[in-house]
Unconditional design. Structure first.
Length: 557
């Protein structure tokens, strides 16, 4: 079973969703401050019989937030209705959990033409007194800092959530009736929180204070509905606060079985049915002055890419450095887009792109990129490689010179054999989840040190890079999050590049060559070797975005 990912444009908002399975459509709505990834077990189970769509709600996951600081559940329900309309979803069954249950319930009242029936897991119906007691400090901001302290505070916050409800009330009266969650569970919650840290509070607060409106909405609902909750759910008792249910509506107890919950959802969906077939994904890369995003089908999974510019302009394929993804190049993408149509994929196994295999080669990356270019109907591109991404750029130009108008390199891996072996062993250490959450800080520190030393693990005076870098809280935190998204495969590009003979490949390249000397790129350590290999055939330009764009414009045009 393959879970696909896509972006959908809904007015001015970008909406991200997961899709899996075949058959009649069904929709899943997640809780807060999570995103649709939390429902992966439900996606997998239900995809046996349905085409499942699980949308990140506004401000969560990769979906853009609603443009408001204060909101009601009604706003979120209207946003879901707009999303269903934009994708062309027929009337179908909808499942919601906690915040998602509130959204689904409100949608069922406000937009009954969008649903055939609802499965509602834990409808929040807190009283005003409970809200005053429980949520005074619940939505506390835990901002990133330039010293990395957010990793300990956010890890502790979600570890505490497994012990107490609310997490901010650490007293015996508020202990949860279940075991402490596994570190992997805490890691998932921390990851999802970081995705939504700047935008989660208004939507989460709206659902938490749904209270009286939840009771009124349940009374107004005319659609068939299944209400449920596990016995250990803090919202289990809230179902008793709802008004008498109508024909076709009922509460179904499930004890503590999450398996039974998934079976109950499937049973409800089968009973409710759908009024049409599942809609197709809208796979387009429109002209965009700003940086847009989309997923496209790859060989074994989905490839995530950023794009910007006018499709009628000359094309540039931008290949990122590692560790990381194209996210670190967004300012460069935007600058290039004034002259070019820019395609910047997260290489497989990095950022949001699925991996190819356990040990992909540079050739494997090239094959995937050619498949991408074919799918986008791009016959010719200039290719710009950055750092370890330059090895892939060189091999692409060597193997497909008819597709490449210009090869631009900002750094290239050219270590001697002994250094190559050391880099392979130490440059991208395994990131293993630990019970204290220390893996987050260690990853942040590794990336931070990579701006100070080359290589980062040789923290010596002789290895100082002596270049200015941005050590602000936001860029380092975003970079850490980006690496953590692909923590099991973030080494793939580095290892492939270190196994690749870039010097030999470069000797066979027969396209226009542009070398960009940029000390801010760690692999600039090999610039002198790179320029000597070019034997005077390359145009060499200084670092900096403006200089790079100007040189590429001059070379391509």
């Amino acid at each position: 079973m393959r879970v696909r990912r896509r972006f959908l444009q809904v007015g001015v908002r970008r909406v991200h969703y997961f899709r899996a399975g075949e058959g009649p459509p069904a929709v899943l709505v997640h809780s807060s401050p999570a995103n649709a990834r939390l429902l992966m077990a439900e996606i997998v189970r239900l995809s046996r019989d349905f085409t499942v769509f699980a949308f990140d709600t506004p401000g969560f996951g990769l979906s853009q937030a609603l443009p408001m600081e204060e909101m009601l559940v009604a706003d979120l329900a209207d946003a879901l209705a707009e999303t269903l309309e934009a994708i062309g979803m027929p009337r179908c069954p909808i499942f919601g959990s906690h915040t998602g249950a509130a959204i689904a319930l409100e949608l069922g009242v406000r937009h009954p033409e969008r649903a055939t029936g609802l499965v509602l897991d834990g409808v929040p119906a807190f009283t005003d007194a409970e809200c005053a007691t429980l949520f005074g400090d619940y939505f506390r901001k835990l901002p990133a800092t330039d010293l990395g302290g957010q990793y300990a505070s956010v890890w502790t916050r979600f570890r505490d959530q497994s012990i107490w409800f609310p997490w901010s009330e650490r007293t015996a009266d508020h202990l949860n009736p279940y075991d402490l969650g596994a570190p992997e569970s805490t890691h998932l919650w921390v990851s999802m929180y970081f995705e939504a840290a700047d935008s989660y509070a208004p939507a989460y607060r709206a659902a938490s204070f749904y209270g009286a409106r939840a009771i009124a909405a349940a009374g107004e609902l005319t659609l068939p509905a299944i209400y449920t909750a596990t016995d250990t759910d803090m919202l289990r008792s809230h179902v008793n606060r709802l008004p008498p249910m109508k024909k076709g509506q009922a509460f179904h107890p499930i004890g503590t079985s999450y398996v039974r919950k998934r079976e109950l959802i499937a049973e409800g969906f089968a009973r409710f049915g759908a009024a049409g077939e599942a809609p197709s994904d809208v796979d387009v890369l429109p002209d965009s002055p700003a940086v847009g995003r989309q997923f496209v089908a790859g060989t074994v999974g989905d490839l995530h890419l950023r794009h910007a510019g006018n499709r009628a302009s000359p094309k540039v394929l931008l290949l990122h450095d590692a560790p990381g993804s194209a996210e670190q190049l967004e300012s460069l993408i935007a600058a290039l887009a004034t002259h070019f149509f820019v395609i910047a994929p997260d290489l497989p196994g990095h950022g949001e792109s699925d991996p190819l295999s356990e040990t992909p080669t540079v050739g494997d990356f090239v094959t995937e990129l050619v498949r991408l270019l074919d799918g986008l109907e791009l016959s010719e591109v200039a290719v710009l490689g950055v750092g370890f991404g330059s090895s892939v750029a060189v091999e692409l130009a060597r193997l497909y010179p008819q597709r490449i108008t210009t090869l631009a390199l900002r750094g290239l891996a050219l270590p001697e054999p002994e250094e190559r072996a050391t880099l392979r062993a130490r440059f991208c250490p395994r990131i293993e989840i630990t019970a204290d959450g220390g893996h987050w800080y260690r990853t942040w520190l590794m990336l931070r040190d990579s701006q100070v030393y080359w290589p980062w693990f040789e923290r010596k005076l002789t290895q100082l890079r002596r270049v200015d870098a941005d050590f602000g809280a936001a860029p380092l935190h975003r970079w850490t999050m980006d690496v953590m998204r692909a923590r099991e495969t973030y080494h793939h590009l580095v290892h492939a590049a270190l196994e690749h003979d870039a010097a030999a490949a470069l000797a066979e390249v027969r396209v226009s060559l542009l070398v960009v000397r940029d000390p801010a790129t760690p692999l600039s350590a090999y610039d002198d070797q790179l320029i000597s290999l070019c034997k005077g055939e390359a145009v060499v330009t200084g670092g900096g975005t403006a200089a790079l764009v100007a040189a590429l414009v001059q070379t391509v045009f």
